[in-house]
Design a protein around this ligand. Structure first.
Ligand SMILES: [Fe+2]
Length: 398
């Protein structure tokens, strides 16, 4: 927890901001009086706390406010100031509200499999899939990425999650559904659940996104005789696999000799962490990785574009650079982190802001070519995932 959530004076100042913002919240707020009552109670306690000491709330209201503020801080990465969706964007205040509302309203109902035969969807052998992540901002960069997706004439869209700020029901159409790529070639659309959708309890995701897509659940398997693309939900329980997902996954991969590709919102590992990220996302499938059951793994969440060499017996691809503004990733990795990296996209549009982009997967029977396409149409990296041979454009990584 940082000073903003532990210094009682800063907590009071933050609550004052929240109270002002609460008056401007859209009509989708379900429990404004309850939220305001929580804020008033928490403010009263923080205002009487000893200055200069760590604020340790005694009441549930203040604890909830502090937890929501801390969760908001964890949700953000350091970014340049005064940009939409950057750290200083006041819009992030809504994450705190969404978390408070979630405490009151609870989570949306989870849809679980009853057997490994559930949530299986046929995939054409010549499908063209666009994988994009962290895209639900509704900002111009997202529109540029959508235009590049449309230019590939995709047959399938798969969003790897994050509709901002908190996946609320008024945000789902505004920042996601109404702005998706719309090429008539698109036959089917899918979306993973993610942490921002769950900040508001996942109601927008489960009751709007899934019905709009005709998607059976927050986890699914697209498959043909050569490939399986298996989307998993790592957000309903943060960075964990809720429900019977692991049992279902083992049932899915236990038959056939297709190459399996996992899709998750959260990363199983990162070169920018001091160690493998948390545990469950990676550890719960470690046996499948060790057994060679998982060929590749695409994820988002981390707002970067990174191609890893084989690590933990899987080809990891971070494509969290879908729309959020981000600075060029450091060339220095945390000491002790030995994850082998092949490519980090550091292209910028102006020397300071990295370009956004997505992955275009083209299937041709057993072949799969993946082109990583930036918002300006540049292809910094292309690979044959079936042969594990990758080529990097000469201008990439500058
Ligand atoms: Fe995320």
């Amino acid at each position: 927890m940082d000073a903003r959530t532990t210094d009682p004076r800063q907590v009071v100042a933050a609550i004052d901001t929240l109270m002002l913002e609460a008056m401007k919240r859209p009509t989708a707020v379900h429990s404004r009086p309850t939220v305001m009552a929580l804020l008033r109670e928490a403010r009263k306690e923080a205002a009487t706390a000893p200055p200069g000491q760590m604020f340790l709330p005694r009441t549930a209201a203040a604890s909830q406010i502090q937890a929501a503020m801390a969760a908001r801080e964890r949700a953000l990465e350091p970014l340049p100031p005064f940009e939409p969706f950057s750290n200083s964007d006041p819009g992030w205040t809504s994450v705190v509200f969404a978390l408070l509302e979630r405490l009151i309203r609870g989570r949306a109902a989870f849809i679980d499999a009853t057997s490994a035969a559930d949530f299986r969807i046929p995939l054409p052998t010549d499908a063209r899939l666009a994988l994009f992540a962290d895209w639900g901002t509704g900002q111009p960069a997202a529109a540029r990425v959508a235009a590049q997706i449309d230019a590939t004439n995709p047959t399938h869209l798969i969003h790897l999650g994050d509709i901002y700020y908190a996946g609320e029901e008024h945000e789902v159409p505004d920042r996601f559904l109404d702005r998706l790529p719309s090429n008539p070639t698109i036959q089917a659309r899918f979306a993973l659940n993610a942490n921002h959708e769950m900040y508001s309890g996942g109601h927008g995701y489960f009751t709007q996104v899934l019905p709009a897509f005709g998607q059976p659940a927050s986890y699914f398997c697209l498959e043909n005789e050569h490939w399986r693309l298996i989307g998993l939900d790592t957000a309903y329980d943060d960075k964990r696999y809720h429900g019977r997902q692991m049992e279902w996954l083992r049932g899915v991969v236990s038959t056939g000799d297709q190459r399996n590709i996992l899709l998750t919102h959260h990363q199983p590992f990162s070169i920018y962490e001091r160690r493998d990220v948390d545990g469950d996302v990676m550890d719960n499938v470690a046996d499948l990785l060790d057994a060679g059951k998982i060929h590749a793994w695409f994820w988002g969440h981390e707002h970067k574009h990174i191609i890893y060499l084989r690590h933990r017996n899987v080809l990891g691809r971070c494509i969290g650079h879908g729309a959020i503004p981000y600075s060029p990733p450091s060339r220095a990795f945390p000491p002790g982190n030995k994850i082998p990296v092949q490519f980090v996209n550091r292209r910028t549009s102006d020397g300071a802001h990295c370009v956004n982009g997505f992955a275009a997967l083209a299937l041709d029977g057993p072949r799969m070519v993946v082109r990583y396409i930036d918002e300006d149409g540049f292809v910094p990296f292309e690979e044959n995932l079936d042969f594990e041979i990758a080529t990097q454009a000469a201008a990439a990584g500058r």
